[in-house]
Design a binder for this molecule. Structure first.
Ligand code: PEP
Ligand code: MN
Length: 288
């Protein structure tokens, strides 16, 4: 029986750019940040940009604790179409607040883009373009972010194999854009969709990526666990397993976050986690 897995033929014909010389690791650089180098990179911020003061306050606080990059969504892949005071997206207005937060703190910004028609506009504000899990195989979108030349954070779809994921990265790389960072954010299996496991982190995909690809790999413990009490443990696991960084939801009043209120960390919990990560980083030779 042949397993559908990454074959020699795939490496030669389907994903030659993504799998070229895995030992010669790509370092994706933007601002003062380098993902895939010696340092472990922590990206933090709200799931959704809610207002100007919120995002600037979060940026200042996560920076104080040692985060190097600010995250925040202005275009959100919301499960349901209704916008209300609890669940919304600010669009370009949110991107302006993110740019202000970068001005105020010097932190580069990663934000999601969902539509090929808005790539140029989002790229004019962002330092890194995030492709959400749900859009991992939106090929026109991948081509467009590829053409933008901007660094791309490519999340793994929760139902896709490493082969599919590297195939998606190839769609960006083939446009001449080498700046792709992979992000594991949990997968769905037959036993997920329980409170303790809405998704399951595929922690072994980190060494698998390192085996097959030169691209940097980070982990999103917030979206993978969907549960704030699990986020610190999975963040520490990500560092220990050899990830190049993590991306975390942080909010001043986590249970009141407009989007994903169950998973965001408070400032003190985030600060405590950063201290623990620094200690582990010392042990595994991965300073923050
Ligand atoms: C996010 O990072 O805000 C997000 C929507 O993540 P995902 O695409 O992994 O669900
Ligand atoms: Mn979210």
């Amino acid at each position: 029986m042949t397993m559908k897995d990454i074959t020699e033929g795939d490496i030669q014909n389907n994903i030659p750019l993504a799998t070229k010389d895995p030992s010669n690791r790509t370092i994706v650089k933007f601002g003062d940040v380098a993902i895939g180098g010696d340092k472990f990179v922590v990206i933090a911020g709200p799931c959704a940009v809610e207002n100007r003061d919120q995002v600037i306050d979060i940026a200042e606080n996560v920076k104080k604790s040692g985060a190097q990059v600010l995250r925040g969504g202005a275009f959100k892949p919301l499960t349901f179409p209704y916008q209300n005071e609890k669940s919304f997206e600010l669009g370009e207005e949110g991107l302006k607040y993110l740019a202000e937060a970068r001005e105020a703190t010097g932190m580069p910004v990663v934000t999601e883009v969902m539509d090929p028609r808005t790539v140029e506009m989002v790229a004019s504000y962002a330092d890194v373009l995030q492709i959400g899990a749900r859009n991992m195989q939106n090929f026109p979108l991948l081509a467009e972010v590829g053409r933008s030349g901007k660094p791309v954070l490519l999340k793994r779809h929760f139902g896709c194999s490493l082969r599919d994921w590297l195939g998606a990265s190839e769609h960006i790389l083939v446009q001449g854009n080498p700046n792709v960072v992979l992000c594991e954010r949990g997968v769905s299996t037959a036993h997920t969709h329980a409170g303790t496991s809405r998704f399951i982190i595929d922690i072994q995909v980190v060494p698998a990526v390192r085996e097959y690809s030169h691209l940097p790999i980070i982990v999103d413990p917030s979206h993978a666990t969907f549960k704030r009490s699990y986020v610190p443990a999975i963040s520490k696991a990500a560092m220990a397993v050899g990830a190049d960084g993590i991306i975390l939801d942080v909010h001043p009043v986590p249970e009141q976050a407009a989007v994903d209120p169950l998973q965001a960390l408070s400032y003190p919990v985030f600060g405590q986690l950063m201290e623990e990560l620094r200690a582990i980083g010392q042990a595994v030779g991965r300073p923050i």
